[in-house]
Design a binder for this molecule. Structure first.
Ligand code: G3P
Length: 217
């Protein structure tokens, strides 16, 4: 499973990218607003840091303007992926981009029916929002399961990108179900490393090693 960072914070992206485990980045208008950065500059900087797909979202609501915005964004760097919302116009724009071999991430997906339409429109990625479904008492992980099954059954090439992730368990569940990508907020990605038994075990090993009086170097 590929790991994307769900953030527009340049310092966080830089530091997480140093792990060598990052395959891409997703941004959205809220994340850009939170970063306080100019949108185009932010995408340009992120594209230079991470060698992988970087999602940049259009903000128009009609297909024609989405296409103009997407074309401008795709000129920033060769690894830009255009993000469009799952609306009639968003999918019209998606179809247009995919006809021109421009990669598209279809965002704000909350149902399997929507995911079928996105695949038919040639989306490179579909982004089902797990956390926001859970927030309203629905089952976000079940949506991942439905979409993975449908795409497998019909051999759709669209990759399932688990988004709106709230916990490490969301990532593990998405991985078990066969999601191709998880886009992970930096804090949750950091916490994937953690286990109290790792800390406890390492402390014990280091104490015992000290007793030997040896050094490797
Ligand atoms: O990038 C889209 C998605 O991951 C948003 O997550 O936490 O705002 O629901 P969230």
């Amino acid at each position: 499973m590929k790991i994307f960072i769900d953030s527009a914070d340049i310092n966080e992206i830089k530091s997480l990218n140093e792990t060598g485990l990052i395959d891409g980045v997703t941004t959205n208008p809220s994340l850009i607003a939170k970063s306080g950065l100019n949108f185009i500059d932010a995408i340009e900087q992120i594209c230079k840091i991470v060698d992988g797909p970087i999602s940049a979202e259009v903000t128009a609501t009609d297909a024609d303007t989405m296409i103009l915005e997407g074309k401008k964004l795709s000129k920033i760097a060769s690894n830009v992926v255009i993000k469009v919302p799952l609306t009639v116009d968003g999918l019209k724009a998606c179809k247009n981009f995919s006809n021109e071999n421009i990669k598209v991430n279809v965002t704000l997906c909350f149902s399997a029916g929507q995911a079928i339409l996105a695949a038919k429109a040639g989306a490179t990625y579909i982004s089902p929002f797990i956390g926001r479904l859970d927030d309203i008492g629905a089952d976000g992980i079940n949506l991942i399961s439905e979409i993975v099954d449908i795409y497998d059954l019909h051999d759709f090439k669209t990759e399932v990108l688990a988004a709106s992730i709230r916990s490490v368990q969301d990532i593990v569940d998405s991985a078990k179900l066969g999601a191709h990508v998880a886009t992970i907020p930096p804090k949750i990605l950091q916490s994937m490393y953690d286990h109290p038994l790792t800390d406890k075990g390492l402390n014990a090993f280091l104490k015992d090693w000290e007793k030997t009086g040896q050094s490797i170097l």
